[in-house]
Design a binder for this molecule. Structure first.
Ligand code: AMP
Length: 229
């Protein structure tokens, strides 16, 4: 009898362990949104902005994040409080992050707060695919593969405070990258609709761009401002 109950308890322990392993490593998302932000449109709003302690960022799109998302439009967030952001894991990436993933929140800081927020909220939900170092390194590499500002400028769409049709913005990016972007607008302090963020999609192993399975909700006017920065 004793031997049987020992066996049963071992079996229960193994099943529990298996259950925990499956659930802690399974991926609960279908693709990523790779989101880039126009700094001029972050800064000219009512909330305004603060430049990072390293100085004013370049007049270029900056990374906002790489966000696991599901095909039904929902997304997981804050998936693993046991794996918090650890700056020492990305010390080799810091200088590139400061250039390509600049913080604009106030008060002025070195970016760690923004990156930590992105890792804790989004990165922990894809840790089965990308560990902390890979998460940031992969996102930097995605940015280097498609130059959004160049794609727009080549089509005569420049950050000069002029208005451009949403259609022409989408078609410039589609023409340069082969990908259909999703454009997010916000309002400047006078209420004008402007180009804020550009979403592209990446497959669930983060190895390449794909057409977006689903787009977020949101509205831009048919003609939007592209402010200077
Ligand atoms: P998320 O939670 O990833 O959707 O990002 C939204 C949060 O990121 C908000 O708290 C924003 O204020 C913040 N945020 C967006 N862009 C920046 C930026 N360039 N620098 C610092 N914080 C930012």
């Amino acid at each position: 009898m004793k031997i049987q109950s020992d066996h049963a308890s071992l079996l229960i322990k193994l099943l529990t362990l298996n259950f925990l392993l499956v659930f802690s490593t399974s991926q609960d998302f279908d693709f990523f949104y790779f989101v880039q932000q126009w700094p001029g449109s972050y800064c000219d709003t009512k909330q305004s902005c603060c430049y990072p302690i390293t100085g004013k960022p370049a007049s270029d799109f900056g990374i906002h994040g790489l966000w696991p998302n599901r095909n039904d439009g929902s997304y997981p967030s804050n998936c693993d409080s046991n794996n918090p952001f650890d700056a020492s894991k990305i010390s080799d990436l810091k200088s590139e992050m400061q250039l390509e993933w600049p913080t604009l929140s106030c008060p002025s800081n070195d970016g760690l707060t923004f990156w930590s927020h992105e890792w804790d909220k989004h990165g922990t939900c894809s840790e089965s695919v990308l560990d902390q170092h890979d998460y940031f390194a992969t996102t930097l590499s995605l940015k280097s593969q498609i130059n959004l500002l160049h794609a727009l400028e080549s089509a005569g769409i420049e950050p000069n405070g002029e208005k451009y049709s949403l259609r022409s913005i989408k078609s410039a990016i589609k023409g340069a990258s082969g990908l259909t972007p999703w454009i997010q607008c916000n309002n400047d302090s006078s209420g004008n609709s402007q180009l804020y963020q550009i979403y592209l999609c990446v497959n669930s192993s983060a190895s390449g761009f794909i057409e977006c399975p689903v787009f977020p909700n949101g509205h831009c006017d048919s003609s939007i401002e592209f402010p200077s920065f």
